[in-house]
Design a protein around this ligand. Sequence first.
Ligand code: ZN
Length: 314
Amino acid sequence: MPELPEVEGLAVSLGERLADRVVADVALASFSALKTVDVLPQSLHGRPVDGVRRYGKLLDVVVDGTHVVVHLMRAGWVQWHEQVPRTRLRPGGKSPVALRVTLDDGSGFDLTEAGTRKGLSVWMTDDLTTVEQLTSLGPDAVSLRPPLESPPLVAVDTATGEVGVTASTTAEERHLFWAGVLADRRTQVKRVLRDQSVVSGIGNGWSDEVLHTARLSPFALGASLGADEVGRLAEAVHGVLVAATERAVGSAPEELKDGKRGGMAVHGRTGEACPVCGDVVREVTYADSSLQYCATCQTGGQVLADRSTSRFVK
Ligand SMILES: [Zn+2]
């Protein structure tokens, strides 16, 4: 699933390609993906693109003041075309394309979704505050400000063309923020990190990486962390996400998926060697997800109970 760094990378990459372009056509192939009825896709035809933003893990393509907000969910992605294929999209067909946007120069992009469980969602609206998936988001994981009030994370130096992530918080602010979030929270840190209403932008993958960097057990309870541990978590969230965003920005959409995995130490690497200590990366599996961790780095060597194996032990 694309998380804050990948969606920020998509926003910057799409923003550069859509600059100064006019929407020629918007074709909806998956009617179930569109969650709103107040703005029709064809009403965007002939209107200029204002820009592309990220809020949490959501993407917002702004067309002449109208917002096309996209939640890519687990298996959604953006595919860029220098020339949009001429084949007509058939609604309800087997194609992974949910929505296709064609621009005035013939280029454009598809929102695609792999697999049979469809979850990709699109809201088209003139008023962002009507999208509950946006207004319910907690502070941005990097800026620590409400997503709709956060300035873009990535700045482009107009003189050199270099892109950089603007880190507008201090270590002290980050520590205070996370101390406030974790106080009295009797849920596992891993779940707190993934809860979009608490802090937005982090999913299953980068939460594994944050916990590995912070040397914290994914099962540790929020309120049980000492000040040192809260400080390590605060710096890990910031450091891991900023580094991943810097790698993601400048990548083409099709490069971002592989780039995400390449920057990870433990997530999706069960059985491989931990790059920090050399211990084997372990896994805990759930009904529809799994987490990875290093016992030596994160749990004092303790192997965490895995439901898929402990079922047989009981
Ligand atoms: Zn390790």
